[in-house]
Structure formats: C-alpha cells, structure tokens
Ligand binder design. Structure first.
Ligand code: ATP
Length: 321
C-alpha cells in the first residue's frame, strides 16, 4: 500500500499541460487518486486521456504542472510498485504466454520462477489455462491483451495504471478483467484506468474524472455525475391520458399511453402527491436517474457547444497552493 498513513493519495497530478506543436492536447488537468480506490479517467476519443496518464507516470514530460506518485516526484524511483498497461499493445511474438508474463514481472523485479508460477495461477483463475503455453503469435489480439494485462500486474504492484484496458476484449474477457480489477483493489492496490466505455466505469469506479477537449470537466463519484441530470419519469395514468396532462410539468411528452418527462429530485414527492390527489391513478410509473452514459454525453455535448469553456475550479490545486 502507498503509505496511507502519510499520504491518502497514490497519484497527485497537478495542472498537467502538454502541447504538441501549437495544439494544446492537455490543458491544466489535475488528478488525485485515493489510495485503495478504483479511479476512472473518462473522455471521448482524442480528449487527452493517454497523454495525461503518460505525464502522470513520467513517461513524457509536461510543459507545465507536476505529478507525484506515492508522494515522490520521481516515478522511476517507485517503478517496481507500479504496473502499467500502455495504449500500444505488444509482446514478443515468439514467447509463450507464461514466459511473457514472467518476463514482464522480471522487468519489475519479480523472481522469474515466481513469475511463472503466478502466471499460471492468474491464467487458471481467469479461465485462460488452455493458452498458458501458447505462443503469443498464435493468439488472438484479445487473448494477447489479456496476457499483457496479467504481465503488467504479476509483480503485485501497489498502483495499477491501465490505458483503455477493455478495448478489443470480447464480453467474456471484459468480465474477467472487471473481476481482476476488483480483486486487485481488494488486495489493496490502487487502480487508475482510462476508458470511453461508461458501463465499466459505472460498475467499477469509486471516483471518475471526465476529460473533454483537453480539459478536466468533472471530478467526483459516479452518483455525483449522474446527479447532474434530472430524474426521468414515465407515468401512465389509469384514466384518460390527456386529462392527466395538467398534473405534469411543461414539456411532458405523450408516447402511447405513457407520459415522459424530466423533473428535479426535489419535485418527485410533490408530483406523487398531485397524482394521488388527482384521482387519475397509476397504471405504470418509473422514476430513475439517467445512467453515467447520459451524464457523460451531456457533459461532452455542453463542452462541444461551448457552454463550458472554462475548466472546473480545481480544488486540488487550490489546496496545494
Ligand atoms: N505524439 C503526438 N504528437 C502529436 N499529437 C499527438 C501526440 N499524441 C497525442 N496527440 C494528439 O493529442 C490529442 C490527445 O491525444 P490522447 O491520445 O491523449 O487522447 P485520448 O483521450 O487518449 O484519445 P483515445 O481515446 O482516442 O485514445 C489528440 O488530438 C492526439 O491526436
């Protein structure tokens, strides 16, 4: 564990900024990843996720900003405590899966025979035992990616950073990976991963950051992101549908027998009271928060439309100042 008594964050990136030529690929992005958490960096294609992760890990230098891992500004000095799956995948094609995993572990200080033992244990646990001694070149891309994933965590790192780990995996392997991420967190590791698939983030993440057009636009829990949008209501009265319209907010739309509309959380109980008092009855009613997917699309669309041109106020940076 990353000295939780001394430092509650395994990763603290502050105001990271990167230019490629004149293009600002990352603009003042900060990340604070609590030790022991699963943290998602979400964003559309080209938002700046990979560049942010690379700067965080010290793989590329920022033009501005700083990053600390386990409290140090020198990630190289703690590299054995970090596991990293880069965006670019690649293993030696002539190696067998077991050897490839042991090799990656050895690069991070793990004894070779222990690496081979753990490789077999991981692959068996994940239902991949039949390809333990398969050469990488004979594997499908998705299988090779699973092997690389295992190789990046075989040395039991305290911090695991995975760049788009789910992309290219079939649904079964995606589930295996979700299980692996949870298991690593339960072991005490901190996990930071990027994705543009909201379902994984919604199920896994304790906290998320949403990056769009180079800037961080949201930071918080999944529920906090979902709460940015109003509740979605679907109401079917027992009586003639048109007569119930007077109870409902402006903008309510009728689809078949049901009315669809959005309301703020504070308006839910008054609405229920109005419906009950009205005598129109309830043949069907659902009231639900939109999912993370909708919240993500909402944030990104606002940014694209220019409604959120300024980055959110950065509490981390203020606290550090
Ligand atoms: N080495 C580079 N040289 C020039 N431009 C780059 C370089 N690396 C990234 N970029 C550009 O910076 C922007 C951010 O790229 P980055 O890979 O960080 O985004 P991303 O959010 O990870 O995207 P994706 O989900 O598509 O992988 C993109 O517009 C990309 O084209």
């Amino acid at each position: 564990m990353g000295d939780p008594g001394l430092n509650d964050y395994s990763v603290e990136a502050n105001g990271l900024t990167k230019y490629f030529g004149d293009f600002k690929a990352v603009d003042h992005v900060s990340l604070a990843v609590p030790t022991g958490s699963i943290y998602g960096v979400l964003g559309p294609n080209g938002a700046g996720k990979t560049t942010s992760l690379r700067m965080t890990l010290g793989i590329i230098d920022p033009d501005a900003g700083t990053s600390r891992i386990f409290g140090t500004h020198r990630p190289q000095s703690v590299r054995h405590r970090i596991g990293y799956l880069p965006e670019e995948r690649g293993l030696y094609p002539g190696m067998k899966a077991r050897e490839a995993i042991a090799f990656m572990g050895a690069l991070r200080g793990l004894d070779w025979s222990e690496g081979r033992r753990r490789a077999a244990a991981f692959m068996t646990e994940l239902g991949l035992e039949r390809v333990i001694d398969e050469k990488i070149r004979k594997m499908s891309k998705g299988m090779a990616q699973m092997v690389q994933l295992i190789g990046s965590i075989v040395h039991a790192p305290d911090l695991i950073v995975l760049d788009e780990p789910f992309s290219g995996l079939d649904p079964v392997n995606q589930e295996r990976l979700e299980m692996l991420v949870r298991r690593e967190r339960d072991r005490g590791a901190t996990i930071l991963f990027s994705t543009h698939v909201m379902a994984h983030a919604e199920r896994l993440c304790d906290r998320i950051a949403i990056i769009a057009r180079s800037q961080r636009r949201f930071e918080g829990t999944v529920d906090e992101a979902r709460a940015l949008l109003p509740m979605q209501v679907r109401y079917t009265p027992r009586t003639d549908g048109d007569a119930a319209a007077a109870l409902l907010p402006a903008g309510a739309e009728r689809k078949g027998e049901a009315w669809h509309f959005a309301i703020e959380e504070a308006d839910v109980e008054p609405l229920l009271a109005r419906i009950t008092a009205s005598g129109h009855g309830v043949a069907g009613l659902s009231i639900a928060r939109p999912g993370l997917h909708d919240a993500f699309v909402h944030i990104v669309r606002q940014v694209d439309a220019g409604f959120d041109a300024t980055p959110e106020k950065d509490a981390i940076e203020e606290a550090a100042a």
